[in-house]
Design a protein around this ligand. Structure first.
Ligand code: ATP
Length: 424
């Protein structure tokens, strides 16, 4: 009998990680049945406010003899009770069990949880309709992610190898050798990616929170991910590591939309024209984008660092495609840029002072007339329009690795350009 198990919302900023629980259960349940695939790490809507970090949920699939099914379910519930961080107000664990094949209704629910906001009641309704069993702890919001992780149509996927430390070491600094990570990246990039930030010289595979993850290595080739892990020198005990199959870096979250249809928490691809010069607030850069249906604010926030320089080069009238998540900023719907592509750029015109018609000298502005610095010749201030080169190339610009959303596909991967170009 096929048994799908989904788990979510067991962690808090103070510790734990749902993937840690998933990896433990994957081992323990393997005594009762046959795992039919690697465990899944499914990232859901990156824009919803309840997430602890990356809105990840975990699903496992086992082939288990009928007589062991109840034991397997009890084991899962017991582990969640034992390890979830119930003390944190924002931790609301949920577990889902589904026997047999995944029905279409659940697949559809899963894609909604990826791209929209869904409620606990909607999750309960789907569970009832398809005959899935759910267990809610506290508010039980985790049943949304638990069900969605089971139903996710993982047609495109990548891998992430997660290595864990003893959760009791959560206050200690992670002892991972920085140079060995750079060496590993040199050997395996782009088969494993986002290992380091080459511009800042920082390591990206180690999280900074109190969760038990020591390192997470992402890649498109599972053999290379495992080899890469062997190269990293870790000077503390690794209690377990687990390869996950995941929808990270697939761009599955992005949906092409017209501006009038854009809603809070969407992740969208929009083709339009820059409608205003950029402006800055704090260190964030904003501009307005319009299409035939309306206008929307677009932002490159401070953590996107150098990426903002490219956004600053956009001019009103430029035709571009943007991709990003929709959140409210200062009460205004704002597309938080992940990538953009300049399709057609307007000419950049600068007005220059002419040379002195008498002696060829340099003219100086004096109110509404020009005066030659050399011979003193005066003339009305008539400036000459000069076309300057635009500094943007016809290529897709993406945010740097440490500002990238888990679901966003790096351009260096095969198909990295596909999603944004669907609206070309
Ligand atoms: P981590 O990445 O460390 O696992 P997290 O960022 O995944 O942490 P969670 O603790 O899982 O954060 O919290 C996310 C919560 O939001 C879960 O309860 C999940 O069920 C719920 N959720 C997921 N997707 C949606 C959605 N589309 N609409 C509403 N709620 C959602």
């Amino acid at each position: 009998m096929l048994l799908h198990i989904g788990i979510d919302d067991t962690d808090s900023p103070n510790g734990m990680c749902t993937t840690y629980l998933g990896a433990l259960l994957y081992r323990e349940l393997s005594r009762l049945g046959e795992p039919l695939d690697l465990p899944r790490l499914i990232r859901l809507n990156p824009n919803i406010p309840y997430k602890t970090r990356g809105n990840g949920a975990v699903a496992l699939i086992f082939d288990i003899e009928e007589e062991y099914i109840e034991e397997a379910k009890s084991l899962v519930i017991a582990k969640v009770k034992e390890l979830a961080d119930f003390s944190h107000e924002n931790t609301n664990p949920g577990v889902a069990f589904l026997e047999g094949e995944v029905p279409q209704d659940l697949t559809e629910f899963s894609l909604r949880a990826l791209r929209e906001h869904v409620t606990i009641e909607e999750a309960e309704k789907v569970a009832k309709n398809i005959g899935a069993e759910i267990a809610k702890f506290k508010l039980g919001r985790g049943i949304i992610g638990a069900l969605a992780a089971i139903g996710y149509p993982l047609r495109r996927y990548t891998y992430e190898l997660l290595a864990y430390r003893d959760p009791r070491n959560r206050e200690k600094e992670r002892r991972v050798d920085k140079d060995s990570v750079f060496e590993m990246d040199k050997r395996f990039y782009p088969f494993t990616y986002d290992n380091v930030d080459p511009y800042k010289g920082t390591v990206l595979i180690t999280p900074h929170g109190k969760d038990p993850v020591l390192v997470g290595i992402r890649g498109i080739d599972k053999g290379k991910v495992l080899q890469a892990f062997e190269e990293v020198k870790i000077y503390e005990e690794v209690i377990m590591f687990q390869l996950y199959k995941t929808n990270q870096s697939t761009d599955d979250h992005l949906v092409p939309k017209k501006i009038k249809d854009v809603k809070l928490y969407d992740s969208v691809i929009i083709r339009g024209k820059v409608a205003s010069r950029y402006w800055e607030r704090g260190r964030h850069v904003f501009f307005e984008l319009e299409d035939e249906t309306g206008k929307i604010r677009v932002a490159a926030f401070e953590p996107t660092k150098k990426f903002r320089n490219y956004v600053r080069k956009l001019l009103p009238g430029d035709e571009i495609i943007v991709a990003g998540g929709v959140k409210e900023h200062e009460g205004v719907l704002t597309v938080n840029l992940e990538k953009f592509y300049p399709i057609r750029l307007v000419p950049r015109i600068e007005l220059k002072k002419p040379k002195c018609p008498k002696c060829g000298g340099t003219m100086k502005s004096k109110g509404d007339y020009l005066k030659c610095k050399r011979c003193g010749f005066k003339m009305p201030k008539i400036l000459i329009p000069v076309e300057k080169q635009r500094d943007l190339k016809r290529k897709i610009y993406e945010v740097p690795p440490d500002a990238r959303k888990h679901l966003s596909r790096p351009l260096v991967l095969p198909g990295g350009e596909d999603s944004i170009l669907t609206v070309l």
